[in-house]
Design a protein around this ligand. Structure first.
Ligand SMILES: [Zn+2]
Ligand SMILES: [Zn+2]
Length: 268
């Protein structure tokens, strides 16, 4: 009875709509999915509606991007109340900060004599814009020949058009999830490289580690399973699906229905 608890849709940087994700999950025989878009819960009701009448549980979720001393850490929130005004307000301020950042990057590029049409870039995505979209626009305009070159020459950290981001800390994201009645889980800890922070996050209310993730090898899974046992955390997992063109397929990492029940039991 597999459950995939980490999925992105067109409401953030995924290429499948919530309905397409639901269709694919049903075709694969998944029993439960969590829609966990970056910094937004807007895709959740769309997926819930699409799954109505089908044997598929849609868990409301979110993946909040945070900054920990210059490193990017992601906090997953499960069974959050997606209509909680405070949560929506905080996520909204994150989206505004992202959009402001994109505007400032485009202005810096302008000053460097590199012009991109932001309105045109905006028409190409349903979700929030980020640096990858600008990099892609630079590539389309022939300014650079690859996304990597765009980051290296212009918009990467330390580049002439780089604008620092303003994100919440991991602790603030954990608190945000709890206040919205949800269960906070540290996403793909194997890529965050910040195990030292885990005890502090547990004090703040962290309830789980995403042990099963396509980027975790067997040693990594073993390591985080042990940490879950040591701290009494739930071992969650999911594919981090971003669409069929991306490298992780839906259902690539799953957990049992028991994990879903544990998460639901901890939510408010
Ligand atoms: Zn992530
Ligand atoms: Zn993700």
């Amino acid at each position: 009875m597999p459950a995939d608890l980490h999925i992105h849709t067109t409401f953030s940087d995924g290429s499948d709509s919530p309905r397409q994700v639901v269709d694919r999950a049903l075709a694969m025989g998944l029993e439960a999915i969590a829609v966990t878009d970056h910094d937004t819960v807007a895709g959740v009701p769309v997926a819930v509606e699409a799954a109505k009448g089908y044997p598929l549980v849609v868990i409301p979720g979110v993946e909040i991007n945070t900054d920990y001393t210059g490193r990017e850490m992601h906090i997953l929130g499960y069974y959050i109340n997606t209509t909680d005004p405070k949560l929506l307000d905080r996520l909204g301020s994150l989206a505004r900060a992202r959009n402001d950042r994109v505007d400032r990057i485009v202005k810096r590029l302008d000053a460097l004599g590199v012009h991109i049409d932001l309105d045109e870039v905006r028409t190409r995505t349903a979700g929030t814009l980020g640096r990858p979209h600008i990099a892609e626009a630079l590539r389309r305009a022939g300014v650079v020949s690859s996304i990597q070159e765009a980051f290296d020459r212009f918009i990467g950290r330390g580049g002439p058009a780089y604008v620092p981001r303003s994100w919440y800390t991991p602790g603030e994201a954990v608190a945000m999830v709890i206040k919205a009645g949800g269960v906070p889980v540290l996403a793909h800890p194997g890529t965050a490289n910040a195990d030292g922070l885990i005890p502090e996050l547990i004090e703040l209310g962290l309830k789980g580690l995403e042990v099963y993730h396509p980027e975790h090898d067997p040693d990594c899974i073993e390591h985080y399973l042990r940490l879950c046992q040591r701290y009494g955390l739930i071992a969650t997992g999911g594919s981090d699906y971003h669409g069929q063109r991306c490298h992780f397929d839906l259902g690539e990492s799953t957990v049992s229905r028991a994990v879903v029940d544990q998460l639901r039991a901890l939510s408010l």
